[in-house]
Design a protein around this ligand. Structure first.
Ligand code: NAD
Length: 356
């Protein structure tokens, strides 16, 4: 659903920008036909947001810096009021999935063009998906109009991502590709992209574990995350994503970390019914000896991952309720969704126990 002439313009800007990187942002904004963009950031990245305002030159009308996780509707309403007040004709979101999510929420309600500048590996910029939270429930929709109008990747912006967040965000990316490999509507191209996404991201993360400032590894990880984000946007996700969204919305858990806690368990839950996907995952991960679960566990060991749902603040009493809600809405998953098995999956991820 992208406007081809906009895409052509973006390519032209990019070619010119290779000669003078400072001109990318203002040129891209004006080539998108915008004169008064509102820049979005989180409170933690307000300085970066202000840099973007400065770089956008006279084409930015201000910044809204209260973007927050899981796109709560009251924040969207506040940002919408700011956009209206400042008569913004476009949105520039600079940050992770939270900020890009807010850009999507504004864009779908107003029709304003949205330029996304991602700084994590979450991949939201590549998807037509928007998850919004109200009263502890996260509701997700897929609509081509949610896709940002243009995306600007700059590896340098990922260099400030703290070491632990880097790893957690990268695993979040890998989760998209894992579920794409067993999606009911997957296809051979997506399978290739997913396998390459897992390989590039896991190799990038292993190098970043040794040196978080390794710019080649940052490049490879962002490349992998881009592929994984494309997979997330192209095909249906299953148990892993549904569970993470349920848990995130119910207990306000950190997004990437929730994915980290659940992923090995979700892979194990679906392993027996998805042999081809498991082969691809195993092939993409070193030290797997042909076994996807062994491969993901080895990756977690290499990256020193020890995230549990308990550590993220989920109450133990919430486990049964979460399993209930996760089975209430029907969705396609390779293995049948059984409440007791799901409850055990969540309990293991909560306690930090090994996969079944
Ligand atoms: P985030 O955007 O919440 O960022 C986490 C924290 O890290 C924030 O404080 C942020 O300001 C900071 N940060 C981000 N990049 C940084 C950098 N380079 N340097 C220093 N600090 C940085 O985290 P996230 O995991 O990217 O996004 C999570 C949100 O995105 C959730 O709400 C999730 O549902 C959504 N999401 C949506 C999709 C989709 O397709 N719709 C995909 C993935 C994630």
């Amino acid at each position: 659903d992208l406007n081809p002439s906009m895409a052509e313009q973006a390519y032209r800007v990019y070619e010119k920008a290779a000669k003078d990187p400072r001109c990318i942002l203002p040129k891209l904004i004006s080539d998108l036909g915008l004169k008064s963009v509102l820049v979005l950031s989180t409170p933690e990245q307000v300085e970066l947001g202000q840099r973007v305002v400065k770089l956008a030159d006279s084409k930015a009308v201000g910044i809204y810096s209260r973007a927050t996780m899981h796109t709560p509707k009251h924040i969207t309403e506040e940002a919408l009021a700011t956009a209206k007040d400042k008569q913004a004709d476009g949105i520039v979101s600079v940050g992770g999935g939270s900020t890009i999510g807010l850009g999507k929420a504004i864009s779908i309600r107003t029709g304003l063009p949205h330029l996304a500048i991602p700084t994590t590996y979450a991949g939201s910029e590549m998807t037509p998906i928007l998850g919004e939270t109200e009263n502890g429930r996260k509701v997700t929709r897929r609509d081509p109009k949610v896709l940002p109008t243009a995306v600007l990747y700059d590896v340098d912006l990922t260099l400030t991502l703290p070491a632990r967040m880097t790893i957690h965000s990268g695993i979040n990316a890998i989760a998209h590709a894992v579920e794409a490999l067993y999606a009911s509507n997957s296809n051979p191209i997506i399978n290739l992209m997913a396998a390459e996404g897992i390989k590039a991201t896991s190799e990038g993360l292993s190098a970043l574990k040794k040196d978080a400032n390794d710019s080649t590894a940052r490049y490879n990880t962002l490349y992998g995350a881009w592929l994984c984000g494309l997979c997330l946007g192209a095909v249906d996700m299953a148990l892993h994503h549904k569970l993470c969204h349920t848990l995130g919305g119910m207990f306000d858990l950190q997004h990437a970390e929730t994915h980290v806690a659940i992923l090995p368990h979700a892979i194990a839950y679906n392993a027996s019914t998805t042999p081809e996907a498991m082969k691809s995952i195993a092939k993409a991960l070193p030290e797997s000896d042909g076994d996807a679960i062994r491969g993901i566990n080895a990756l977690y060991r290499r990256l020193d991952i020890d995230v549990t749902l308990k550590g993220l603040g989920m109450p133990e009493e919430g486990i049964a309720n979460a399993a209930d809600i996760a089975t209430q809405n029907s969705y396609k998953n390779p293995s049948p969704l059984e409440k007791n098995a799901l409850q055990e999956l969540i309990r293991r991820a909560w306690a930090g126990e090994a996969t079944l």
